[in-house]
Design a binder for this molecule. Structure first.
Ligand SMILES: [Fe+2]
Length: 225
């Protein structure tokens, strides 16, 4: 696919940019505010959240970041995505996440994988449409959420006695820069390859939010945690 240089006169209005970022931050704030009190959770409920998180993230993060890269036309957007993918692969983040889950005795079971199956499939099919701007916004939301969620995820593991925290330590820090880079990539892409009339910019964000809520709130033994 050919790439197109961003023309400055086509850059999105800074007010539009900051309102988009604010809307994503508000969604993340809302998800964070809804997290169940750690001290009210049973061991199995804590284990389930870690396991469902691992079931989704281990096999999908690099896949979805790649899906966001493939349709991008702005040459300014590509470096942010490539840098992120480079780090994921070079530092073997899926292996890091698996170590975290294993150490927390929360390696996903078939039931954990099935609990997220339907919502995860919807997100996979969304990324399969290769819609650049929608996918970039979805990944910016994902990175921002992950960074904010790390303290809670680490606390879930620590409550179960685990001390393996490399995954949560690494992602609580590096994803701040990644989120910022993804927003810059999004704004570059919006300037050269805008979303079509009638398309919902937040479609992927909504689907991913549903999936994240299933990770957190899946019914355990018949009740929502
Ligand atoms: Fe990562």
């Amino acid at each position: 696919m050919s790439t197109v240089a961003v023309m400055p006169q086509h850059q999105a209005d800074p007010e539009v940019q900051s309102s988009l970022q604010q809307r994503v931050n508000d969604i993340i704030d809302s998800v964070m505010a809804s997290l169940p009190d750690l001290h009210q959770l049973t061991h199995e409920e804590r284990r389930g959240i870690i396991a469902r998180y691992a079931a989704v993230l281990e096999g999908n993060f690099i896949y979805w970041m790649t899906a966001a890269l493939l349709p991008v036309q702005s040459e300014d957007a590509r470096p942010h995505l490539l840098e992120n993918l480079h780090e994921e692969v070079r530092d073997a983040h899926p292996a890091m996440l698996r170590r975290f889950a294993l150490a927390a005795h929360a390696f996903p079971t078939d039931q954990d994988a099935l609990a997220v199956h339907e919502d995860m499939t919807r997100v996979r099919l969304f990324f399969g449409r290769l819609s650049a701007v929608q996918s970039l916004l979805t990944m910016a939301f994902f990175e921002g959420f992950i960074q904010r969620f790390m303290v809670y995820l680490a606390a879930l593991a620590a409550a179960g006695g685990s001390t393996e925290m490399e995954y949560t330590d690494v992602h609580g820090v590096c994803d701040i820069a990644h989120t910022d880079g993804l927003f810059r990539a999004l704004f570059s892409e919006m300037a050269v390859n805008p979303l079509g009339e009638g398309e919902d910019l937040f479609e992927g964000v909504a689907l991913l939010r549903n999936l994240i809520e299933t990770i957190i709130f899946a019914r355990v033994n018949g009740r929502r945690v």
